[in-house]
Write a protein that binds this ligand. Structure first.
Ligand code: TRP
Length: 361
């Protein structure tokens, strides 16, 4: 069996550090590992429309932003197929057939759907399209026969739901679809990077994100005003690490080499943490270090983005070619699905012969 990756993001804004450590960085490593036969990276515009149907312009404007973010982190169109979900009608067709395999109560129990319904005040009236997006996500994954889906932790319920659909389909119609495995970040700090304000998650609406496309000045300003330990008022005071965003970011980004280069008084993060907890280490010093660590990661990304920004038409051509390649793969799977479901009337000469026979008496 081939090793195939499929993953993607909703184009509702520029991508930020949470996306980066949660999934983007891993995708690039997987892409460059040479261990995958095919890699599909999808801009999930149709899914974005399930809760932004009244704001198509937002989705439309953010497709190029997400594409630039993808290219700037090092996703390489020669190795990975970058495409846009809505341009693959096969995905919608699969969704319609998978809907038969899922119950309303099962969708209601999906924890991600549950919390998003609350977040969007959909309790009173849930749009059907939104309610069904986990089924459409199962189509995204299975259409490409993905074996591996690198995503953030919040997508776990989607993968569980996908696997149930695969098992149900295969048991009703015969072995056709492939069960994917989720690939989560191994670093705990990367599972859910908090916002710069210390809130549980980076989110555009909270204004607590560091974007991949932020300027060095913007990054520095955000780092310097980051949430730390409210009890650490004087440098001499002992500091606390729990819930201290600056240290969570260092857990996610810093490597021992960074200390040798930027903060040689310490060998590694453990020593820095020890000093902070003992007292005598000020927040500003730690923040300046974090800013350098982040810049080391972000400056090559920014440079690559600047190159692609000079050729926006080229980026659109990359997406268009990606859509064609993705569509070819999805339509192969759709054909297998329709064969399995016996909705292949004109390709099935046995069916026609059977009916000729039935009416020839
Ligand atoms: N739900 C994902 C997100 O919100 C986007 C997405 C859509 C996706 N289809 C997918 C991710 C299939 C992985 C696989 O970011």
């Amino acid at each position: 069996m081939e090793n195939i990756i499929l993953t993607g993001d909703r184009p509702t804004g520029r991508l930020h550090l949470g996306h980066y450590v949660g999934s983007l960085k891993r995708r690039v490593e997987l892409q460059n590992s040479g261990q995958y036969d095919k890699i599909f990276i999808m801009i999930a515009d149709a899914q974005a429309l399930t809760d932004n149907f009244d704001n198509p312009e937002k989705v439309r404007q953010n497709i190029i932003e997400v594409a630039l973010d993808y290219l700037s982190v090092g996703l390489d169109p020669a190795k990975s197929t970058l495409f846009i979900q809505s341009q693959i009608p096969e995905l919608t067709e699969l969704t319609f057939y998978y809907m038969n395999l899922v119950t309303v109560s099962r969708l209601q129990r999906n924890p991600t759907v549950k919390s998003e319904i609350q977040l969007r005040n959909f309790e009173a009236s849930i749009p059907v399209g939104f309610f069904c997006y986990p089924i459409s996500q199962a189509s995204d994954i299975t259409a490409f026969k993905a074996t591996c889906v690198p995503v953030g932790e919040d997508q776990l319920p989607m993968l569980e739901q996908t696997n149930e659909i695969v098992r149900k389909f295969n048991s009703v119609y015969g072995e056709t679809l492939v069960e994917p495995k989720i690939l989560l970040p191994d670093n705990k700090a990367c599972l859910r990077l908090p916002g710069t304000d210390g809130k549980a998650k980076m989110s555009k609406s909270l204004g607590n994100c560091i974007y991949l496309s932020d300027t060095p000045k913007e990054v520095k300003q955000k780092v310097m005003s980051m949430y730390t330990d409210p009890l650490h008022l004087k440098v001499e005071d002992p500091g606390h690490l729990e819930g201290n965003t600056v240290f969570t970011y260092l857990d996610a980004f810093s490597k021992p080499e960074h200390f040798a280069e930027y903060l040689p008084d310490y060998q590694n993060l453990d020593e820095l943490k020890e000093h902070y907890q003992r007292g005598g280490l000020g927040d500003v010093k730690v923040k300046k270090f974090l800013n350098k660590v982040l810049e080391e990661e972000l400056s090559p990304i920014r440079a690559r983005r600047a190159e692609y920004e000079k050729d926006i038409e080229g980026v659109y051509r990359i997406l268009q070619a990606g859509c064609e390649a993705a569509r070819a793969k999805a339509s192969e799977t759709l054909e297998e699905v329709k064969n399995a479901m016996k909705i292949n009337y004109f390709e099935d000469s046995a069916l026609i012969a059977e009916h000729v026979n039935k009416y020839s008496k």
